[in-house]
Design a protein around this ligand. Structure first.
Ligand code: NDP
Length: 276
């Protein structure tokens, strides 16, 4: 029987996940389909329940349903609970398990060499993406993280949610007005706001105090080269765009949905760039 899965969101027609999963399905020779599943706000509980009834293997979940996916699932992984959001629902025996592969996705884009966890990481934003980024940095051994957000109470709530008693990482919040000063000594700067995305205002951030050897990672992938990345590149900073995270979260999702590793023969970046 054909294996079915998809991505739930609203709006979701712009999602590149079906193109990527379809390329992997074809390369793996699977009898499977992965499609857009538009679900209006308010309909998510019925839609999630319907996954099992319709015989789907599960679904990725994107805005605005990531928090609901966590709370409405029958089970949740510890990682999804720590992130306060799930981007993957899998079906087994009629029950739904919520998981979060955004954390792995972010880590997939981090260079494995040349970064020191002893130097502070600065994360701009305190929304869903920022939560995954902060959890990923903690897991990867960072010792100090500064969360800078326009609404300082959201940054504080993020820190309270992510904190664990055995954690050796110190996470502090910083007001939006002090964002340029927060960059001093940083080893990594992550833009996890929606600023700089096509159709949104630019991220207004003075990079003067950012060390030239710091990594600048923008989770945004529309456009691929945001103004932040262009400015960072121009002053010699190494840069990572949001496509690595997108591909990095899709790989484990594919394996969990279809029980087959995402074929490495597919140039996932090329598949996505063709559609951007
Ligand atoms: P949320 O809506 O949850 O969070 C948005 C964040 O941006 C908040 O911190 C918000 O601050 C901040 N922000 C928005 N407008 C402004 C503004 N005018 N001035 C200052 N701050 C602002 O979105 P997500 O966290 O889910 O997504 C953020 C970005 O990450 C999106 O562009 C999304 O496409 C991208 N993303 C990329 C992924 C990938 O795989 N590469 C995965 C997930 C997301 P405040 O709290 O004050 O409102």
């Amino acid at each position: 029987m054909k294996a079915l899965a998809g991505v739930i969101g609203w709006p979701v027609a712009h999602s590149l996940s079906p193109a990527l999963h379809t390329a992997w399905i074809e390369a793996a020779g699977l009898d499977a389909s992965y499609v857009h599943l538009p679900v209006k706000p308010g309909d998510e509980a019925a839609a999630f329940r319907g996954l099992a009834a319709l015989g789907l293997k599960g679904a990725n979940v994107t805005l605005p349903h990531k928090e609901a996916a966590l709370t409405l699932a029958d089970h949740a992984t510890a990682l999804a609970r720590r992130c306060g959001a799930a981007n993957l629902l899998t079906v087994a025996g009629g029950a739904l398990t919520a998981d979060n592969t955004d954390v792995k996705g972010f880590l997939a884009g981090l260079p494995t060499e040349g970064l020191s966890q002893d130097r502070p990481a600065v994360v701009m934003g305190a929304g869903g993406a920022a939560r995954g980024v902060v959890v990923a940095l903690v897991i990867a051994g960072w010792r100090a993280i500064t969360v800078v957000n326009r609404s300082i109470e959201k940054a504080q709530a993020l820190i309270a949610a992510v904190a664990a008693p055995d954690m050796s990482c110190v996470i502090r919040s910083s007001p939006w007005e002090e964002r340029a000063a927060a960059l001093e000594d940083a080893g990594v700067l992550v833009n996890a706001t929606s600023l700089g995305m096509t159709g949104k205002p630019e991220l207004d951030l003075d990079l003067e105090l950012l060390p030239n050897d710091a990594l600048v990672y923008d989770v945004i992938y529309t456009p691929i080269r945001t103004e932040l990345l262009k400015r960072a590149e121009a002053r010699g900073n190494a840069c990572v765009d949001g496509l690595d995270m997108l591909i990095g979260q899709a790989r484990p999702s594919f394996e969990m949905l279809f029980g087959h590793p995402a074929p490495i023969s597919v140039d996932a970046r090329a598949v996505l760039l063709e559609r951007l």
